[in-house]
Design a protein around this ligand. Structure first.
Ligand SMILES: [Zn+2]
Length: 526
């Protein structure tokens, strides 16, 4: 008997986590974090849905936080197994998990600041018996901050203690993230790795981000062999840099008892991987002709390296103004180094265009990786036309906010959006307000955008280039199943919103496949 239990990203998109129970072993597939509205996601992340001391090993599909982000919670609570993944993913986790630990700590600091501030406002108000003045509010804020952008964590902690207030603790700390790294091993693609009694995993290229894998789990029993293929996230075909998702599996791996597939875009069609270079060339040229700079909010892992790659190609071809390019995100810079160190993951085109000419695709004479905060602040005031790529991708936090607050008031500049902007993010607001601008001049009554608590007029141009998605659309998801050499018995559909999963299931059923959409906690027996 082999049983699957679906614990996260079942009926939704984030928080990927499933368990393979072989009777002898309990193997965790991914250990992802829920993302979304802070309060709801925070509560879901705090409950770990399985007894951690019973888990004997773990397989990780890729380094995105919605698949890997709760690893430090697994390893600090009684887990004594190993976590197995691919080599590039292992290298990227050094940065991804520490960054996540840092975010968890900052989040809890901010929540503590907010609740203490509200408490102090109320105390001040009750003294005077009426409204608290702006001046009194500023004095309280000043007391709790070291600078306009830095909280005074020690003062906040001691005041919370003094007033007996509830303290929010981080989901995990940077130190716990650092310790979890000792449990994780990276292996090559295509080689079986033992992960339990008579259980192996073999990784195949998934093409979603560097290091991302389809995980083939084989349970060999005297009477029967069981094979489970877990896609993790499925990439797109023909994208720059990475090899395409695998369609040809080894002969002994072709018969799959259960395929667990993602379905983020199970009912959507992407534009073909258009010539991203042409679009970028146009936006960059127009911006520089106006004497402006190009600000690109971008995810640190994947998107940033694609932009660098395409800029490098354009700069090599000599068809664009060769203005300086700054990568202003320590995480993005570190992940770019990981990309540079794993050329075995690149597709043939990347080898031909760069490696065979002795070039690193992610490094050229005009690129600079900004390290210190001082350098970053100096850059925000730099009036010489340039390109800056910075995080976070949806403009919710990070250095991008400072570039925006110094640059969006000026119609010379362009904010270039290269990814999906979720609801209730600054990125989405920029998209909705900014894409309304006509070509040419910004409207006289520029819409106001709030950044770090202050309003700024949005006069810069806002442009968007699609086609960068890292997830396959419905044709690409279908292609893995119908155009590969796999024989698939059952398909469990996860990692999608209800309408996406259901439509994808319907299409598969029409083609004669046995499908099901598990809810959280559901089991499937092989
Ligand atoms: Zn992913």
């Amino acid at each position: 008997m082999v049983e699957l239990r679906f614990l996260g990203a079942a009926g939704e998109v984030t928080g990927s986590m499933h368990v393979v129970d072989t009777g002898e072993d309990k193997i965790l597939l991914d250990c992802g974090m829920f993302q979304g509205r802070r309060k709801e996601a925070g509560e879901k992340n705090r409950t770990f849905p399985v007894d951690r001391s019973e888990i004997t090993s773990m397989v990780l599909s890729h380094a995105h936080i919605d698949h890997s982000g709760r690893i430090p919670m697994l390893t600090r609570n009684g887990f004594s197994g190993r976590i197995v993944t691919t080599r590039p993913t292992r290298a990227a986790l050094d940065y991804m998990l520490l960054d996540s630990g840092h975010i968890q700590e900052s989040d809890s600091h901010y929540l503590n600041y907010k609740s203490l501030r509200a408490f102090l406002y109320e105390m001040e108000r009750s003294k005077g018996g009426q409204q608290i003045s702006g001046k009194e509010k500023s004095a309280i804020k000043k007391l709790l901050k070291k600078s306009p952008y830095e909280l005074d964590v020690d003062t906040i902690a001691s005041l919370q203690k003094e007033h007996g207030l509830e303290v929010v603790t981080p989901l995990y700390t940077q130190e716990e993230a650092r310790q979890s790294l000792g449990y994780i091993d990276g292996y090559p693609f295509g080689t079986p790795v033992t992960i339990g009694k008579d259980v192996t995993v073999k990784f195949y290229v998934a093409g979603h981000i560097l290091g991302s894998a389809f995980s083939l789990i084989t349970v060999k029993r005297p009477e029967q062999t069981f094979r489970i293929l877990y896609t993790g996230d499925v990439g797109r075909f023909d994208k720059p840099i990475l090899r395409d998702p695998t369609l040809v599996f080894d002969e002994e791996d072709r018969d799959i008892d259960l395929l667990i597939t993602e379905s983020t875009y199970g009912d959507r069609e992407h534009a073909p991987v258009e010539d991203l270079g042409d679009s970028l060339k146009e936006v960059l040229t127009r911006t520089v002709e106006r004497g402006g700079s190009l600000i690109i909010p971008s995810f640190a892992y994947g998107r940033t390296q694609e932009i660098i790659y395409i800029l490098h190609e354009l700069y090599e071809s000599g068809t664009v103004p060769r203005v300086p390019v700054y990568v202003d995100s320590p995480l993005a810079s570190n992940i770019t180094t990981v990309f540079g160190e794993h050329p075995e993951s690149y597709d043939r085109e990347t080898h031909e265009a760069f490696l065979e000419k002795g070039l690193n695709p992610f490094y050229f004479d005009k690129i600079k990786f900004v390290a210190s905060v001082e350098e970053s602040m100096k850059l925000t005031r730099d009036e010489v036309p340039h390109v800056v790529i910075s995080a976070s991708g949806m403009c919710e936090a990070g250095r991008i906010l400072h570039h925006l607050r110094y640059k969006i008031h000026d119609p010379k500049n362009t904010v270039l959006l290269v990814g999906y902007m979720a609801q209730h993010t600054l990125g989405r607001r920029l998209e909705e307000m900014g894409l309304g601008h006509d070509n040419g001049d910004a409207p006289a009554d520029a819409p106001e955008v709030k950044i770090l608590g202050k309003a700024y007029p949005l006069k810069a141009r806002v442009e968007k280039i699609g086609g960068f998605s890292a997830h396959g659309d419905r044709h690409e998801l279908m292609r893995i199943i119908t155009r590969s050499n796999l024989n698939v018995k059952n398909i469990g559909i996860v990692h999608g919103e209800a309408d996406q999963s259901e439509t994808f299931a319907k299409r598969l059923t029409e083609k004669g496949y046995n499908t099901f959409i598990p809810g959280p906690g559901d089991r499937f027996r092989l």
